[in-house]
Design a protein around this ligand. Structure first.
Ligand code: UDP
Ligand code: MG
Length: 308
């Protein structure tokens, strides 16, 4: 019988985990002949998540867990889960029931019967989200889809079920800076999109602040597009052209009308503007350099402290 691995990154999820486990077990029962494996990745939680996972693993032979030496972030958790999952099919899920396990049978059917390699989910609405967050999220998707060749779907969640071949493809991307939404889009394969209504978190609280999300989206752009570098060059070229025109104008004006002293404030404005542009472009360069630096160090993405 086919085996389905459920990979769940958990960071401080002691409140939500029991609810999640109960619900996912119920769904596993419904999908009866399919064999399940639950692989929980404890991402350096500081609450009772790890003891809870030890308990679950002792009680239920289908449960395995990995525990990181510290918090490495959700990306690292998903990578570790995919690397250690043994199933013919692998599903990625959050522990907070925002990814309803009730959708699993539908996702599984899409991959086993409808000829898809991968079944992914997306939200139909952004209800219950602060408007400013929605605005920036939409803007981000618009920008990144224009400037990168990975197809990144607005509202896509990380909740997805994949064939082994897709998992292997994802794992073959050995980069250190992992931006899963981009990686999923980049590897391609036939993907079925299953929309569903946004669900509130069952218990506990979100680990993503607005600031964290903003940094994460910038990381996504740096990881999946070199367009900002091109923009910096184009901007430089345009400004060079502009300044050449300005020089001609200034020289002609001086020759025709003499050189009345003045214009100091306008000169300061121009000076400040151009210094700003220069720093901005150097900053863009720095972002790519920093990422390259981190990649060349070849550090492990995560460190495991305990398994079970
Ligand atoms: N998560 C993680 N490491 C982190 C942050 C989050 O493993 O550093 C897990 C978390 O336990 C949850 C999932 O990633 O299972 C999604 O996190 P969360 O619900 O906080 O994000 P949101 O749904 O609000 O985007
Ligand atoms: Mg959540």
């Amino acid at each position: 019988m086919a085996k389905l691995s459920i990979v769940v990154p958990c960071y401080n999820e002691e409140a939500a985990l029991p609810l999640f486990y109960q619900e996912v077990c119920r769904v596993a029962g419904e999908m009866a002949p399919v064999e399940f494996e639950f692989l929980f990745v404890d991402d350096g939680s500081r609450d009772g998540t790890l003891p809870l996972l030890r308990q679950l693993a002792a009680r239920d032979a289908r449960v395995r867990f990995l525990s990181f030496s510290r918090n490495f972030g959700k990306e690292a958790g998903m990578l570790a889960g995919l690397q250690h999952a043994k199933g013919d099919f692998v599903a990625l899920m959050d522990a907070d029931l925002q990814d309803p396990p009730a959708l699993l049978p539908e996702l599984y059917r899409a991959v086993t019967e409808e000829g898809y390699d991968c079944a992914a989910t997306c939200r139909t609405t952004r209800q219950g989200e602060p408007p400013i967050r929605s605005f920036f999220a939409k803007l981000f998707y618009k920008i990144i889809n224009r400037i990168s060749d990975a197809d990144i779907v607005d509202g896509a969640r990380d909740y997805r079920l994949m064939r082994r071949s897709v998992v292997d493809a994802i794992l073959s991307l050995g980069e250190y800076n992992r931006f899963s939404k981009g990686i999923f889009g980049w590897v391609g394969f036939r993907t079925k999109w299953v929309p569903y209504e946004n669900v509130e978190r069952a218990a506990g609280e979100t680990k993503w602040s607005f600031w964290k999300l903003l940094l994460y989206s910038l990381e996504g752009i740096v990881a999946f597009s070199t367009a900002p570098l091109a923009i910096a060059s184009v901007l430089g070229a345009l400004l060079c052209f502009g300044s050449a025109v300005a020089i001609v104008v200034v020289v002609c004006k001086t020759l025709l009308f003499g050189d009345p002293v003045g214009g100091w404030p306008s000169m300061m404005c121009v000076l400040l503007f151009f210094s700003g542009v220069q720093l901005f472009c150097t900053g863009i360069l720095g972002q790519y350099l920093a990422k390259t630096y981190l990649e060349t160090k070849r550090r492990p993405v995560y460190l495991v402290r305990e398994t079970g």
